[in-house]
Design a protein around this ligand. Sequence first.
Ligand SMILES: [Zn+2]
Length: 438
Amino acid sequence: MSQDNLMEKIVSLCKRRGFIFQSSEIYGGLGSVWDYGPLGVELKRNVKDAWWKAMVHGRDDMVGLDAGILMHPKTWKASGHTENFSDILVDCKTCKKRFRKDHVGDTCPECGAKDFTEGRAFNLMMKTYLGAVEDENSLSYLRPETAQGIFVNFANVVDTMHKRLPFGVAQIGKSFRNEITPGNFVFRTREFEQMEIEYFTQPEDADKMYEEWIAERYRWYLDLGIKKETLRLRPHAQDELAHYAKGCTDIEYLFPFGWSELEGIANRTDYDLKQHAKHSGKNLQYKDPVSGQEFYPFIIEPSGGVDRATLAFLTDAYCEEQVNDATRVVLKFSKHLAPIKVAVLPLLKKNAELVTMARRLKGDLSKIFTTVYDDTASIGKLYRRQDEVGTFFCVTVDVDSLTDHQVTVRHRDTMKQDRISIEHVKEYLGQQFSTNNS
Ligand SMILES: [Zn+2]
C-alpha cells in the first residue's frame, strides 16, 4: 500500500463514512476548511475528552480554562504577534502567483520563471472589527493561539484557585491563522483547534519540568494506540528557537506525507508574564505564600493540535485485511477513541418482534456505551460498514434470539463471535472494555 494512496484512501473513507466533509461543498467548497461529520465529531470529541481526562482531571496540579476567541488588541502587541507573526511573501512576475519565500527556491513552482518581487511581510492574524464602526479603534483579531488567554488570566487563576507552584492551566479551543499554503487535509488549515497547557514553575525547576512534560505527552499518544514506530521526538536546533525560548521539542507522527509535527513542548522562560506585565502595567509576579518572595514563574508549554491528533489516530487505525478473497477495511481505534462502541443489528427488519427486541437492547446499551441501531442493509454489509468506522462490537439479534434469548456478539479485531444471553450482554461488553487495554 503506497503512502500516497493511503492518504487518498483515508480522505475518501472520511467522506464516505461521515467523518470529515469539505466545507461549503455545495458551493464548490472553501479551501482548507473542513467540517466534521456525525462520526468525525464523536471521534474528535473522544480525542479532546481523553486529553482533558488525562491532563486535567487525572492530575492534582492542573485546572481548566475557556477564554474568548476575541481578546483585547493589546494582547497581540504584548505577545509580539502584531509585529512578528508574519510570513515573507514573494510574487512571481510572470504568472503573478504568490508564494511563501521559504517555500520556493529561485524557480516558480507554477510556471518555471525565475523572476520574483522583493519579499513582503504578511501578517497571519485574521482581522475583524468589533462594534458598528469599522476603523482602527475597532480593529481586533481572531486569536492565532489559545495560549495568550491563559497568560492574561494567570493572576485570576492564582487568586481564585489558591494554586501554588508548580501548576498548570489547560485549554481547548479554536484558533485562526491566515496560512498562505494550507494543505494535507486537516493537517494545516486556517481554522483549527488547539489543546494547550501552560505550566507555571519555579525557574530553577523549569529544565526538569520540561523533560517531564515531553515524556508525559509522548506517552499520551502511545496510550491511545499510536504505534511506537510512527512517533518520534525532534528537539529543535538552537537557531529554530524563538529568541526567548530555552528549549523546544516536537512530537512528530509519520503521516503518509512524511514526519510532521503533532505537538510542540517549549520552555518559554518568564517571557510571557513579563511581556503582559509590561504592556498592562499590572503586577503579574507570583508571591510565594511561605517565603513572601515575588518572582516571575517560568512556563513550560505543551501545545498540540486537535485536528492533527485526530488525523494521526485515523491514519494509525487504518487497516486492510484479506478475508476470504475480499479486502476488509477496519479502523482499529482504541476503545477510548472509537466513535461507536456497539452497533445493534437485527437480522430481519420485517419481523416486528425481533425489531422490538433489538430496539429495546439498543436503548438499554446506550445508557453505558455509545450505541447505534442499523437495519438498512444485509448483515454482511452492516458488518463491513461498522468495521470501516471502527465500531468495537456488533450485537446481532436473529430469529433464534426470540426463543433462546441469546444474541451474537462479534468482536471487531478478531471477528470472533460469541453467543451471549441477552440479560448478560451489558455486563459482558463492560468486562470486554475493562480488560481490553488498548
Ligand atoms: Zn510563475
